[in-house]
Design a protein around this ligand. Structure first.
Ligand code: COA
Ligand code: AMP
Length: 637
């Protein structure tokens, strides 16, 4: 489609001319208990507030209203190659499951405004748990299963949950990973202690329960069901938090991204048809995890708000059992739209470069592939286009925004594709690119991508109980703008190019991680004098962390042994998801004369990119030393 055939430009212009009218119209797609007093209040919150005065319930909009009109339609299809099981839950059944679990939560003392941490594998009960919280106005905080006990403890201490929902185990490929020991350890480590834990017992591994604190999920639900207990939807303010989702910040302390109810519903519902081009009743699959923002927005809330069937897949793109797994799921469940991270497609391409397995499946109903979570490299996009012969759409967003900042809006008519660019800003986002002094750099020039305030509905209003940190992290550097901390440029056609982070965040297999927090772990080892962690190029995961450490003088331990211990330490303190497998001892770290470690130059050396010796360097020879060490280990590209 040419640029003039798409409705995008008209829709974006309409939003720009009248943002409040635009979002007031979009809000009509939501059922409100009480409509908003006004669409936007510029005087409230850190940068204004959407839909103040409105009263609503997100679970009602995602479940109950469809149970009434499309009760027999599948709401969630659980497909788990790792346990060889499948389950279809209709909207009517989902309503009953959610209302029952919500009643159990109420019996556990959970009330509106209380936090509930959810530490669960990819089973339907994770989504049911989220919706049950939404139903009673409790604020859920889902923690990804690949994090270690210490990370879970940090989140428990910050969120102070009344209760925790968890399961006996997760399953990673062929491995069963008991969750309960991690949960127990996290509660031991945390200063704050939850009142109660509800544990879903999976057949692959039984968890022992702590008396007086833990209860058996299935038994409690059965009891509530027998007693006919069902919780009704509790009215909440549109501006009340629906959830807190922790994401990597620039320190070891994660940021608790707050999401409200009303604005989030409006934004997600709008994206389902206008951006993803999906109709109610169609099958939408986000192959992610409920522990990430993609899981919140597009495994659970977005598709359900729109009356779609959501796929909840417990498996990997490869190895469960092979690189045809995604094609099987698409064909078997009639998926129209798949959303995943580019890394998943790199994994499939590596195993099955000619996509021979695709020939076994009929993908006739499949319409589009959406990629996000990391930069979609042109090779991967082209490969996906070639084999699937459907639009492959890169879109850019962040945990903070909750929905795409930029993308190619299939629902409005796709614009011409430029490989490597996530296309154009969505209505709601007025983007600019600024230099360090806060001046707009103009078209085609690199700088920090910013969003002119206010952020649209659905984006974070603040950080959980940390308004100052919110202002400092996102609003202070460029007054009047939200700082995305992504570097990039906007070209002459208005296409956005997102090239990398301006801070110490790296993206490993689409998972967002802080190198700063890894440095904190390395520095805690008694043999380490100083260290630097950088993200280095990886053909599968996009980037992987690589730690450079200088040992304290007088350390007698063998450097290889220290390196092994450091790898173990990051796994123990942050979790396997960090994929920290490269620790390298070096004699010295390259620094500027003022003592700043030259991480950027080290990264260029490791990635095999052209680099120049910074004028401010203290001792240029050290850069050659680093290059030699990397070469010696076969690590340069
Ligand atoms: N619970 C416990 N451990 C987990 C986990 C979980 N929920 N999720 C991941 N892990 C572990 C993995 O087993 C692995 O451990 P290992 O080092 O012992 O092998 C480690 O964390 C790293 O996991 P991952 O980055 O997923 O690597 P992988 O090698 O297992 O798989 C891909 C690589 C590319 C196949 C996989 O990352 C993938 O499918 N990614 C695309 C989809 C996606 O999740 N995107 C996220 C945002 S949209
Ligand atoms: P997360 O909060 O985990 O969603 O990670 C957000 C970060 O991932 C962004 O700030 C970007 O650095 C990166 N990212 C996500 N999607 C894209 C994309 N389509 N192109 C480039 N970078 C992306």
């Amino acid at each position: 489609m040419s640029s003039t055939q798409s409705r995008y430009h008209g829709v974006y212009a309409r939003w720009k001319a009248d943002p409040e009218g635009f979002w007031a119209d979009a809000a009509r797609a939501i059922d409100w208990i009480k409509p908003a007093d006004k669409t936007f209040d510029p005087t409230a919150g850190a940068y204004g507030q959407w839909f103040p005065g409105a009263v609503c319930n997100t679970c009602y909009n995602a479940v109950d209203r469809h149970a009434a009109t499309r009760g027999d339609q599948a709401a969630i299809v659980y497909d788990s190659p790792v346990t060889n099981s499948k389950r279809t839950i209709s909207y009517a059944e989902l309503k009953d499951e959610v209302a029952t679990l919500a009643a159990v939560l109420q019996d556990m003392g959970v009330q509106k405004g209380d936090r509930v941490v959810i530490y669960m594998p990819m089973i339907p009960e994770a989504a049911i748990g989220m919706l049950a919280c939404a139903r009673i106005g409790a604020i859920h905080s889902v923690v990804f299963g690949g994090f270690a006990a210490k990370e879970l403890a940090t989140r428990i201490d910050d969120a102070k949950p009344k209760a925790i929902l968890s399961a006996s185990c997760g399953i990673e490929g062929a491995r069963v990973i008991p969750y309960k020991p991690l949960l127990n350890e996290a509660i031991t480590l945390s200063a704050y202690k939850p009142d109660a834990c509800l544990i879903y017992q999976r057949p692959q591994c039984a968890a022992s329960l702590v008396e007086g604190r833990d209860a058996d999920w299935q038994a409690e639900v059965a009891k509530a069901r027998q007693a006919g207990r069902r919780a009704e939807c509790v009215p909440v303010a549109s501006t009340d938090p629906l959830y807190v989702l922790y994401t990597s910040g620039t320190t070891g302390k994660p940021k608790g991204v707050v999401r409200d109810n009303g604005g989030y519903m409006v934004a997600l519902k709008w994206t389902m048809d206008h951006f993803y081009g999906v109709e109610p009743g169609e099958v939408f699959w986000a192959a992610s995890d409920v522990g990430w923002v993609v899981g919140h927005s597009y495994i659970v809330y977005g598709p359900l708000l729109h009356g779609c069937t959501a796929i909840l897949y417990e498996g990997k793109p490869v190895g469960t059992p092979d690189a045809g797994a995604y094609w099987r799921v698409i064909a078997e469940h009639g998926v129209t739209t798949l959303f995943t991270a580019p890394t998943a497609f790199r994994a499939i391409k590596k195993e099955d470069p000619d996509a021979a397995l695709l020939k076994h499946y009929d993908l006739k109903g499949f319409r589009a592939l959406f990629l996000a979570g990391e930069r979609a490299d042109p090779d991967t996009v082209k490969w996906a286009e070639d084999i699937l012969k459907v639009p492959v759409i890169d879109h850019w967003w962040q945990t903070e925004t909750g929905w795409p900042v930029a993308g190619n809006p299939l629902g409005l008519g796709a614009l011409p594709v430029k490989h490597g660019s996530p296309t154009v800003p969505m209505p709601g986002y007025a983007l600019d690119v600024l230099d360090e002094g806060g001046q707009s750099v103009g078209r085609g020039k690199m700088g920090t991508i910013v969003v002119k305030l206010p952020l649209p509905p659905g984006c974070l209003p603040t950080l959980w109980q940390a308004e100052d940190r919110f202002r400092e992290s996102y609003l202070a550097t460029y007054p009047g703008y939200y700082n995305t901390s992504d570097a990039g440029y906007i070209d002459d056609d208005g296409y956005v190019w997102v090239m990398g982070r301006t801070d110490d965040i790296i993206n490993v297999a689409g998972h967002r991680l802080s190198t700063g927090s890894m440095e904190e772990v390395l520095a805690s080892h008694p043999a380490v004098a100083e260290c630097a962690v950088i993200g280095v190029k990886d053909s599968l995961k996009g980037e992987v962390p690589c730690g450079f450490v200088v040992l304290k003088s007088g350390v007698r331990q063998n450097p290889e042994e220290v390196e092994k211990e450091l790898i173990g330490l990051v796994r123990e303190k942050i979790g396997p998801v960090a994929a920290f497998k490269l620790a390298i001892t070096v004699p010295r770290l390259p620094k500027t004369r003022s003592g700043k470690i030259l991480r950027g130059t080290m990264k260029k050396i490791a990635d095999g990119e052209a680099w120049t010796t910074p004028a401010t360097i203290d001792d240029p020879v050290i850069l050659d030393e680093i290059g030699d060490v990397l070469k010696g280990r076969g690590l340069t590209h």
